[in-house]
Structures are given as C-alpha cells and as structure tokens.
Design a protein around this ligand. Sequence first.
Ligand SMILES: [Fe+2]
Ligand SMILES: [Fe+2]
Length: 183
Amino acid sequence: MRTTAQDRIPGDLSREQVIERILRVDQAGELGAVRIYQGQMAVLGKGKSAPLLKRMAAQDQTHLETFNRLISQRRVRPTALSPLWHVAGFVLGAGTALLGEKAAMACTVAVEETIDEHYARQAEQLGDDEADLRATIETFRAEEIEHRDIGLAHGAEQAPGYPVLSAAIKTGCRLAIWLSERV
Ligand SMILES: [Fe+2]
Ligand SMILES: [Fe+2]
C-alpha cells in the first residue's frame, strides 16, 4: 500500500500538511471557479452560451460544496485570501465575458488546463490511505476536462489575442494556487 507523502525526505511536508494544503487550495479554487461563472453570467446571462455556463457553474458549485464540507470535517483553515478570490474570480469572469463569448470560453480553457494539471499532481501525491479524497479529485478533474472541451468546442481559440489572454490567465491561476496553498 502506498501512503500519502510516503517518499518524503527531511524538510518535505508531513502527511497532514500535504492534505491541509490540498483541501485549502481546492476549496479556494472552486470558489474562484464559481465566481468566474457568476461574472460571466452577469454579462452573458441572456446569450446563447448561457445554458453551457449554467451547466458548468452547477458542477463547480458541487465541487465547492464538497470541499467546503471536507475542510470543516477535517478542521482545515480556509485560505485567508477567500475575499480576494471572491472578487478576482468575478472580475475575471465578467472581464473576459465583456470581450465576447469566445474570450469567456478562452478563460474557461485556460483555467481548466491549469486545474487539470493541478488535480493530476494532487492525485499523484495521495496514497491509498486517502483513496476517497483521491477519487473525489479524479472525478472533479474529469469534469474540469469536460469544461475545457466545451470551451474549445465553442471558439475559445478564436478569441482575439488568444495566446496572450490564455498565458496571462494561466499565470494568474498558478499564482493563486501557490498563494492559496500557503496563506
Ligand atoms: Fe470545479
Ligand atoms: Fe470547472
């Protein structure tokens, strides 16, 4: 049986610290995701992409509720940056939506590509002693990949300035991940 953080060397995080970081950052990330969709819906709520946005938002809402439950069950302190992600998520969603539906989809693709890598890395860190959490993360990861594919199927790559927009959003997401694991 492989256990969580079993290959750690002196100076690495303990098993408890690894799990705390995972739950803290994932709760923060799903909060950000829900807020991005709320921002997009505020602008595009009557557009043709509204049903898609609604569907993705509902899935991320379920992810958020799961992590809300897990952080309270396991007594993990949520990130102190929640108020920031609350605002930044909405601004990112509304801002990209104002650039058009394709830019909103480009935002989804950039975020989900980052989250796909992030959840894959977490699943790798978790051992058989955390099989349930690992399975939850794998399930959510599969849904994020679906969201990415929805974005790609709806013109994300045709958004004006796609490479720059995508790179900027990914950098922002990675910074948000780094911070939310620690703060
Ligand atoms: Fe999600
Ligand atoms: Fe998502």
